[in-house]
Every structure is written in C-alpha cells, then in structure tokens.
Design a protein around this ligand. Structure first.
Ligand code: TXA
Ligand code: MG
Length: 317
C-alpha cells in the first residue's frame, strides 16, 4: 500500500525522480507526474490502465505558468481565469511544443487548470515543471475524493499519497474550450451559470458518441461496478422491489428500502453538499450486498447539472 502523508519534500523528491504522486485538489484526487517528461506521463497511462487517446489535464500554480505552456489565451479565457482560478475550471488552449504529444493525445490543444488546494499549490509552486494529473482511479471508475479511495485502488502502484483531506467540491473540473465559440465539453465543479455570468451564453457540447472529444464524454464513465438506474424514488417502481436494491437519494430516504442500504446526499437539499458526497456514496453502495443501485436525479441547476450528468454516465453500461 502507498504511504499517506503531508510531506511535501517527499512528494517533490518523487516527482523530481520521474515517479508519480497522488495529489489532493478541491475537485478530486489526481495521479500526478511531470507533464514535461514523457516517461513520467507514460507511467500515468499505465497505472490508470488508460487508453492513450484520452488526453491529460496539466496543472499549474498560477496564470504565469500557464502562459509558458500555451501559444495564446483568448480574452474570454483570461476573464474566466481572473474570476475563477484557482478553481474547478479547465481551459483547452493551443499547446506549445514543449508539452509532449502524449499528454494531449496528439491534439493541438492542452487542458490547463490551476487547482485550489493549499498543499498542491505549495507543491506546484516549488517545482519548475507543471503536473499532468488525471483523476487517481482506474480508467472508467468513480473518481477518488479521499486518500483512502486512492489507496484502495491504486495503492499498490503509487508510492505516496499527499493527504489533503476530503475534497471540498467532489466533482471533476468543468472543461471549456474556445475554438469557435466558448464551449463547455464537461460539466463539473463550476456551474454553467457562474461561467455565463462572466462571458455570456456558452455552448454546451457533451457529445456521447463512441469517438468523443473528451473521454469524460464517453457514454459510460464515472461508473460503479454495480448496475445503476436513474429513476424517480417517490415511489420506487414495483418492478425493482423484488431485487436487492441500494438507494442513492437526494434529500430524504425512499420508502420501502432499509435505511442501511440507502445514502442521502444532502438532507438539507443543498447541491454543493450533494456534489461533495456523490462519489463517496457511489463507492459505499458499490460495496453493499445488493444487485442494483437506484439513483434519484437532483434538480437540474447549478452543480445539479453535473451531478445528473455523472449519474447518467454511471448508468450507461
Ligand atoms: O478536476 C479535474 O479535472 C481532475 C483533477 C485531478 O484536476 N482531473 C480530471 O482528469 O478529471 P481526467 O483525466 O480524469 O479527466 C480529464 C478530461 C478527460 O475526459 C480528457 O479527455 C479531457 O479532460 N481532456 C484533457 N485534455 C483535453 C484536450 N486537449 N481536449 C479535449 N479534452 C481533453
Ligand atoms: Mg477521470
């Protein structure tokens, strides 16, 4: 198993050696390596069992670092960076040649993000290279939001997990690109409304084809191992009551299923709280003696859009 701790010097030492370290961010834990070292990047793909057509997000300490990695930053992106960085927003921008093609899966753009977590900020500030970091889970599975989640799945392959506690946001970053018009490619930890407040209406392109622009757009992704169905729980349809079911509810327990087989995401009906608890809840339900997870859709605004998106992808088999 990996060592879990807060030793920044140890994390830095490993990264300088071309090794991987799991790092905390406000969204989910990342599996980080030197983004400018193709051999370190290869390790990321290997450990995650990730297909090489799936590009990685590059993490920086600040905008000045980002400017060294991309050819240009459009005005709308600059406005969003000023307002929301550090934070859960990833920008697709034209890459400079110093970023290995493996990082971007051969694409001309690179995903860049400045995460909002004090430990990871200190780590990034102490390095003279940026960190490529996908979510620290096997490809296709639910993202980790605690050091324990990372250790359970990748602990045999990662030496060190930097312990930043449970993730504050709990959903991966929102991804935005600017090729023709501002377009959101992945709903995430920053609500669409927050983005539109700064730059006006944006296009949303959550392609679910088999050849997506971002594999986070794959129809089936972010999925627990158990079968999951998104359905209304008031009442639970009689077609499910004969099966061993677990329930993922938004505000209150569903009638007809034992409470220890249910998780309520936010008794107060708060979407931020629900987002923060979502991935832990899916992991817990995945360990129960049940055959099926019934998940209730949440209100479709703010972070609710991203939560429902993750539930739909978790349901696609
Ligand atoms: O919150 C997050 O973004 C977390 C933390 C660790 O920062 N990272 C994360 O990385 O979710 P990952 O690799 O699990 O998801 C990144 C998504 C993938 O769906 C990938 O295809 C897409 O971003 N992506 C990265 N670079 C891209 C590019 N140049 N063009 C299109 N999509 C890109
Ligand atoms: Mg991921």
């Amino acid at each position: 198993m990996a060592v879990i701790g807060k030793d920044l010097a140890r994390a830095k030492e490993l990264l300088l050696q071309g090794e991987l370290v799991a790092i905390p961010t406000e969204t989910v834990y990342g599996l980080a390596g030197n983004a400018l070292d193709a051999q370190a990047v290869v390790k990321i793909f290997t450990v995650k069992n990730r297909p090489q057509f799936d590009p990685l997000i590059v993490h920086v300490a600040n905008r000045a670092q980002a400017e060294k990695l991309v050819e240009s930053i459009p005005p709308a992106a600059k406005e969003l960076m000023t307002r929301y960085w550090p934070g859960p927003l990833t920008f697709l921008l034209p890459k400079k040649p110093l970023i290995p093609d493996l990082v971007t899966a051969g694409l001309a753009t690179v995903g860049i993000r400045c995460p909002d977590h004090p430990l990871t900020h200190a780590l990034l500030s102490s390095l003279d290279f940026p960190l490529a970091a996908p979510s620290a889970n096997p490809f296709g599975y639910v993202s980790p939001t605690t050091p324990g989640h990372v250790n359970a799945q990748l602990g045999n392959q990662v030496k060190y997990i930097l312990d930043g506690g449970p993730c504050r946001v709990g959903l991966e970053s929102t991804i935005i690109g600017f090729e023709n018009e501002p377009t959101i490619y992945r709903l995430g930890g920053l609500g669409v409304e927050e983005i539109e407040k700064v730059i006006g209406p944006v296009k949303i392109d959550l392609n679910t084809s088999s050849n997506p622009k971002a594999p986070g757009q794959l129809k089936s992704h972010y999925a627990p191992r158990k079968k999951l169905v998104v359905t209304n729980l008031k009442p639970i349809s009689s077609s499910y009551t004969t099966q061993r079911v677990g329930v993922l509810a938004f505000k209150e327990y569903a009638v007809g299923v034992k409470h220890d087989q249910q998780i309520v995401l936010s008794p107060a009906g708060n979407l931020e709280e629900a987002a923060k608890n979502l991935f832990s809840a899916l992991r817990s339900l995945d360990t129960l003696e049940i055959d099926l997870i019934l998940a209730e859709p949440v209100p479709e605004y703010g972070l609710g859009k991203a939560i429902n998106d993750r539930l739909r992808r978790a349901a696609a088999q």
